[in-house]
Design a protein around this ligand. Structure first.
Ligand code: ADE
Length: 314
């Protein structure tokens, strides 16, 4: 798949997240030196910042397989049991949205993570027995957008807990240039910067915007992509100069027009925009907070003067 070609495969090709890379580089070297699997790792932060990519890199660096799954797919305990028993020594199991793991599946993970052992109940009622199944040593990489929704017994079983940050403009520019090269698209440095500026600090968005800009330039017969062309294309797709899309602007203008800028509670805001409260909190709000367009107070969210100004209300 196209998407897969864009992912860096080695840690030295991964742009940005400097602190995370330093921590992991040491963990990798130490684990390899001891011929042991990596410690379990919990990655948290907004979507699209590279949690899956980093998990694939870890497996590559350790010379093992990475199995990828997501918590909602593990509804029944036997789903997670099946995955765990199939792991080879040292394998990485990437478990996305780990905060959504059902309680029974979560409890199976405890002994699996701690002792590489499964405790399962066989049979029912009087004849029920617990059976212990040994597992190969493995590394669990958990990923979540909401660290606060994890239970502490689960969180405490991760040896390494790391947050992914939004990317700086220069980092995102490098990512856009790298992706353009893989897609065989000519783009000037200023063009790449324009795409990066509108990508909300998020590589997944940067790569998506680059594809739209590349379509636009191709259809117009323009190459290389200049800053003006990038800007014109992204205006067409309603991505504004701060990277806000239609939904971001809807959220902000609802706060301003319906609630005089706030404070307004999350559920109220969700009802008034028709967006899902969880999506507002996990997907839209983190970047709006980061650029200072929203503040969270004890009485709800408020739109800041910068947001009023950006949307042309003052
Ligand atoms: N593509 C997406 N994210 C990336 C990153 N952090 N480094 C390099 N290429 C990427």
């Amino acid at each position: 798949k196209q998407e897969e070609k864009l992912r860096p495969r080695r840690i030295e090709d991964y742009i940005g997240q400097k602190d995370l890379k330093s921590v992991l580089a040491i963990a990798i070297q130490a684990a390899k030196g001891r011929k042991e699997p990596l410690d379990h790792l919990l990655l948290y932060g907004p979507p699209g910042l590279g949690k899956t990519t980093m998990s694939l890199i870890l497996a590559e660096e350790m010379g093992v397989q990475c199995k990828i799954t997501t918590a909602p797919a593990l509804e029944r305990p036997r789903d997670i049991v099946g995955l765990l028993v199939a792991l080879q020594p040292g394998d990485v199991l990437f478990l996305d949205e780990i905060h959504r793991l059902p309680r029974i599946s979560e409890e199976i993970l405890y002994s699996a993570m701690e002792d590489f052992r499964l405790d399962v109940t066989v049979g029912k009622g009087n004849t029920a027995k617990t059976r212990s199944i040994p597992l190969k040593p493995f590394t669990l990489v958990g990923a979540t957008t909401r660290i606060g929704s994890l239970t502490s017994p689960l969180r405490d079983r991760f040896g390494i807990v790391q947050r992914l940050r939004f990317y700086e403009l220069d980092e995102l520019t490098l990512i856009v240039q790298r992706t353009a090269e893989i897609l065989k698209t000519d783009i000037t440095e200023e063009g790449a910067q324009e795409v990066a500026r509108r990508a909300r600090g998020t590589p997944r968005i940067a790569n998506r915007l680059l594809r739209r800009v590349r379509d636009f330039a191709q259809v117009k017969g323009i190459s290389p992509i200049s800053q003006a062309v990038a800007a014109e294309a992204l205006e067409l797709y309603e991505v504004d100069p701060c990277g806000l899309d239609w939904t971001d602007r809807l959220i902000l203008s609802a706060m301003i027009e319906n609630f005089k800028g706030g404070p307004v509670g999350l559920e109220t805001l969700a009802a008034s925009t028709g967006e899902d409260a969880q999506a507002i909190e996990d997907v839209y709000e983190p970047y709006l907070l980061q650029i200072g367009f929203i503040q969270r107070t004890s009485r709800g969210r408020i739109a800041t003067p910068a947001a009023w100004k950006h949307l042309g209300y003052v």
